[in-house]
Write a protein that binds this ligand. Sequence first.
Ligand code: GLN
Length: 433
Amino acid sequence: MAGTLTFDAPDRWNAFLYREETASFGDGVLAGVPVAIKDNISTKGMPTTCGSLILEGYVPPYDAHVVTLLKKAGAALAGKTNMDEFGMGTTTENSAFGPTTNPVDTARVPGGSSGGSAAAVAAGLVPMALGSDTGGSIRCPASFCGIVGLKPTYGRVSRYGLVAYSNSLEQIGPLATTVADASLLMSVIAGYDRRDSTSVDRPYAHAPSADIRGLRIGVPEEFFGAGVDAGVAERVRDAIAVLEDLGAEAVPCSMPSMASALAAYYVTCTSEASSNLARFDGVRYGPAVDTRQQWHAAFREFRGDRFGKEVQRRIMLGTFALSAGYYGKYYAKAQVARAQVRADFARIFVDADVICGPTMPTAAWRLGEKSDPLAMYLSDILTVPANLAGVPAISVPCGRVNGLPVGLQIIGRHFEDERVVDTAYAYEQEACR
Ligand code: GLN
């Protein structure tokens, strides 16, 4: 049984695109707990726009698998959160519905693309939220807003009902104020679903443990290289020292594939996006195209008007990378580079149980500060490797630089989400004492 009340007024941070207050009488582990949902996750009877005008007013006729699981667990769906259009961005400035601001400092970006979910949690509007992470979109806003964000192992959480941006890279995952809450939400959403062909039968039933004695931590030099802010690097090194005090051992290592990881990511995600976003044709979803014109003129006008600049840029980049004459030069090469990233992780994970480094090279910048797309892409350098390899990664707050939160990123082996969570939990328990 549930009662519903809708709010139209935006919150101070523009975190929510749509709010709902559901009085839930469920009796699961999340009974009555309000959970916010990123607006690219389908919710039956609730708008799902992906931050795009092309889906303005679209209301899905079905729930994503994770939403079904949330309802079964008794959660109260708090509404849908703002995001970079289709997940394409690092700041939540690429939303057709205006940017979200960072609750820590409203002159700054909250990170992206799950910026609405992170801001809603950081501002205390909800205790937990779902985001999606294709190249860092859970971990980046968690880091910028000073909260916890987990990108699960690829395949562990069903993508059924997640509006696809780049299928081979993305996972849905939790954002919360504490590691224990993120872990609890993960236990609700993980598990096998036959409707996602990449789903793996690895449920997550885990109570975080702070005992990390004997843990070997790989510290890749590339995570502290050029472009990484000195203050951020210092906070993260301090955090690794805390883990060592708790009985872990840090082992220096190197990830040469980082040199081509970002390029591999951007060729792969734009290629997949160019194909995925072809479905927005003004016929099947959202507002309808004017069919009195020639179809190609109508199609061009509709997509030209309703897709934002960044989305159009990526569709063009991806279409180019996949075109007959250039496929071998771009897409095929990106897959080789992707295999090298995977091989680097496999090698490092022989001698290390987890890898630690910063989540983002800097703290949150000012709204409007980064306008060059390439400069924006470069800030994803530390988060994309985990997506390219499909391994789990978490961001946990580890202090501040100039008053702005810094995130410690912990990356693990495939299906060792539990170990990543334990490492973050051990740090959090020690640092927050
Ligand atoms: N910033 C990256 C991009 O723009 C990651 C986005 C994401 O994870 N959805 O593609």
